[in-house]
Design a protein around this ligand. Structure first.
Ligand code: GDG
Length: 732
């Protein structure tokens, strides 16, 4: 039976050695709880570093055996590997860049990269030892960005999901990394790439399509032939656990104790790992400003600040710790009284019961990271507010701010704004607290960790099904032989061929996409058979088609059907007018003046805006603006807008490739109808043809066609096979 393999840098356990044997303590972290239902069922496993260095092979074996009882598989790393891959590359290069701290903290050491890539390969070896065809592999976080690609190369058909727990930065930050393309290529090995927020997903799609020669259509990036879906899956928490903890005896006792201790004071709570991205120093400044500008709160408010030790071997973290110590000392020294310390600062971790009691007792939770993928502390606070009061102050830079919109949202760089937010929170009436808290509790409860796991796993399945259905529509040798058999048995055929992107590749210079000798020979062979009618249906203007194909036996349809060559003469659809061009042309010209690289193509009955040579991003932006403006102009003029591959065509509504092809079939009896096209203007042909026609989409976008081919090379191969004689054995 197929299984799911979870892979993350760390296993969700603490392993420690005592009296020569190894003990395991399972983690209470959100991810571990959420994925518990996955890795603990059936043959599923979780693979990762056990958190301690075990050099001795016999001991490694012992650890492996112990972990197997928990469905966990260790990947052992040496001290050097930890320092190069984890501390070096992951935490000194990726973490700062992904949290927008480029200049101060990044150190692009080649040796760290080498180590990062070697350790990702070590994880690959561990995956390959247990993975079998049909399995699903779910890889987590920035330490393993190369792993999806490595697994894909080794097992091309396996299902791979990837989730990034930290933000994905804008392209301008990401491009600074010397190994940026390799990292993106690695992530694109997955079938489904997940992020906490829509912004992260958009940044990723932008970086991927700028750095690598892949196209995207909404949230799908096509990698060679494989669609990769990029989506946001905001991670939730185990809300029920946090709610029920507040009812346990231990927590009730601790809450009583806290209430007694802070009876006439308001408690502001902060809980963070030690990290410069968490905005701890800025928050202290804001608290100090509050005390200075609002003396009425002196002795009335306490900032209870828990900082959990983390990465303290990285120099920047040590420095940050020293700065926090100094700042807290400074505030307390300057403001404290005999009975009151403004900041209660703890540099250590606490058991979850203590956190629960603090969440339940705190009047305000202050969560103000400079950047945070999601931030689970904010959600844990909300889930612990079973009494439905309390105020959350939340940074707009945390992913959670996109969901918890009823928090007081602040910009963590704006010290004044944060101080004001504290004043607002401290004076917020209870009914307003309840109103906000109830709404936030609904969000936290609906989008909890189980929901997150379920929708991610379901989506991987859907993506895989979509890929399989595309694969089954791809014309293989077998389908090609079947088409050829039908072709040979029929006597009255019509074949509709689009030109750009179907018979020739897409070129950035439209005049460069001229037909070559091989194409002329192929079209000649097809059209020299008197039982064939070969129709070229192109969007190009009729002069161009005349120049290139005027002397061939092809039936020519130009400008999407506005023109057709009949009995040696070009004819246009009767009654078309081109008066509208004088109104539309100046608007297009204005956009061309503002957009380097854009140009206008004028055809008899249409105008085309081309932006294939425009800087990526700007082209799409200008095109959207242009289309919005054009919508008003075209409404009462009987025109339509036709967006294509880096073009927008404005033309009469009566012109349509589908109408042109239908007209050709009218009152005719063809026994073989085939159409090939790549653009969405060709979709009109596919839809207009009878159901038993052989319709073929070129490229992997969604289509009404029955079959698809990857590119113009495959089109030529198929057409060539039709005119070649059948092998002697094929008809048996
Ligand atoms: C990364 C991303 C994203 C804290 N102190 C104690 C303790 N904690 C627990 C909290 C919470 C967790 O640690 C911290 O989670 P965050 O989400 O706030 O932050 P990161 O550790 O940076 O996590 C982040 C997350 O991944 C998930 O995708 O949200 O943006 O940076 O659960 O409760 N737990 C215990 N004692 C403590 O003293 N037991």
């Amino acid at each position: 039976m197929s299984k799911t393999i979870i892979v993350s840098n760390r296993l969700p356990v603490k392993v420690y050695e005592e009296d020569g044997s190894f003990n395991i303590v399972t983690s209470e972290g959100g991810l571990a709880t959420g994925l518990g239902s996955v890795y603990r069922s059936g043959d599923n496993v979780w693979l990762g570093w056990p958190g301690i260095e075990v050099a001795d092979e016999a001991k490694q074996h012992q650890v492996k055996e112990r972990l197997a009882d928990f469905s966990l598989v260790p990947v052992f790393l040496t001290g050097d590997e930890i320092s190069g891959y984890y501390e070096g590359f992951s935490n000194e290069i990726l973490w700062p860049i992904f949290h927008y701290y480029a200049s101060t903290y990044s150190n692009y050491k080649q040796s760290s990269w080498n180590c990062y890539s070697d350790v990702n390969k070590k994880f690959l070896a561990a995956v390959l030892e247990i993975a079998e065809p049909g399995d699903t592999i779910w890889i987590h976080d920035y330490q393993l960005l190369l792993l999806p690609g490595l697994v894909r190369n080794a097992m091309p058909d396996i299902s791979i999901g990837f989730f990034l727990h930290i933000p994905f930065p804008s392209f301008e930050m990401f491009r600074l990394i010397p190994w940026r393309s390799e990292l993106i290529e690695g992530m694109l090995g997955a079938d489904l790439v997940g992020f906490h927020t829509f912004d992260d997903a958009s940044h990723f799609i932008n970086a991927a399509t700028r750095l690598l020669p892949y196209n995207s259509s909404s949230n799908i990036i096509t990698v060679d032939d494989r669609p990769v879906v990029v989506e946001s899956f905001p991670m939730g928490i185990d809300d029920e656990k946090y709610a029920s903890l507040t009812g346990t005896d231990k927590v009730i006792q601790e809450v009583e104790h806290l209430k007694e201790t802070f009876k006439d004071k308001k408690l502001i709570l902060c809980i963070d790992r030690l990290d410069y991205s968490k905005g701890i120093l800025q928050r202290l400044q804001a608290f100090e400003l509050l005390l200075e500008t609002h003396p009425e709160y002196r002795e009335k408010v306490v900032l209870h600040m828990i900082v959990v030790p983390s990465r303290d071997s990285v120099p920047q973290y040590k420095e940050l710790k020293e700065n926090i110590d100094r700042k807290v000392g400074d505030i307390n020294a300057r403001h404290r009284t005999i009975d009151w310390s403004p900041v209660n600062y703890f540099y250590r971790a606490f058991p979850i019961d203590t956190l629960s009691a603090l969440y339940h007792a705190a009047d305000i939770c202050l969560v103000t990271p400079m950047r945070d993928g999601m931030n689970l502390v904010s959600k844990e606070y909300v889930a612990s507010r079973t009494q439905e009061t309390g105020v959350l102050i939340l940074s707009e830079m945390a992913g959670a701010s996109k969901e918890l919109i009823d928090a007081i949202i602040v910009n963590p760089s704006d010290i004044n704004m944060m101080a004001k937010a504290m004043v607002k929170a401290l004076s917020m009436p209870v009914f307003e607290q309840r109103r906000r808290m109830k709404l936030m509790r609904q969000v936290v409860s609906k989008f909890n960790i189980k929901h997150w796991v379920r929708i991610f796993m379901e989506r991987i399945k859907e993506v895989k099904q979509m890929q399989q259905s595309m694969r089954s529509r791809h014309i293989t040798d077998v389908t090609e032989q079947a088409i050829k058999k039908i072709y040979n048995k029929t006597q009255n055929r019509i074949i509709f061929l689009d030109y750009d992107g179907t018979l020739v590749g897409f070129k950035s210079d439209i005049n460069a996409a001229k037909p070559d000798e091989e194409l002329y020979a192929l079209l000649d062979d097809l059209s020299s058979d008197p039982t064939n009618q070969i129709v070229l249906v192109s969007g190009r203007d009729h002069n161009c088609l005349e120049e290139w194909f005027g002397n061939t036996r092809l039936t020519l349809v130009a400008e999407h059907g506005a023109w057709q060559k009949k009995n040696g003469e070009w004819e246009s659809i009767p009654g078309l007018n081109d008066q509208w061009k004088q109104d539309v042309y100046p608007l297009l010209e204005m956009y061309v003046d503002r957009t380097p690289g854009a140009f206008i193509e004028e055809k008899n009955y249409s105008l085309v805006w081309h932006y294939r040579k425009v800087e990526k991003g700007l082209g799409e932006l200008r095109t959207n603006e242009l289309m919005n403006n054009l919508r008003y102009l075209i409404n009462d003029r009987g025109l339509q807008l036709l967006p294509g591959n880096k073009v927008v065509e404005i033309k009469n509504i009566e012109i349509n490739k589908g109408k042109a092809t239908s007209a050709m079939l009218h009152n005719k009896e063809y026994d073989f109808i085939m159409a090939l096209g790549d653009d969405h203007t060709d979709e009109d042909i596919f839809k207009a043809l009878p159901d038993n026609s052989l319709t073929v989409k070129v490229g992997s976008n969604i289509s009404a066609a029955r079959f698809y081919l990857r590119n113009h090379h495959e089109v030529r191969h198929l057409l060539r096979s039709l005119v070649q004689p059948l092998p002697v054995t094929a008809d048996k």
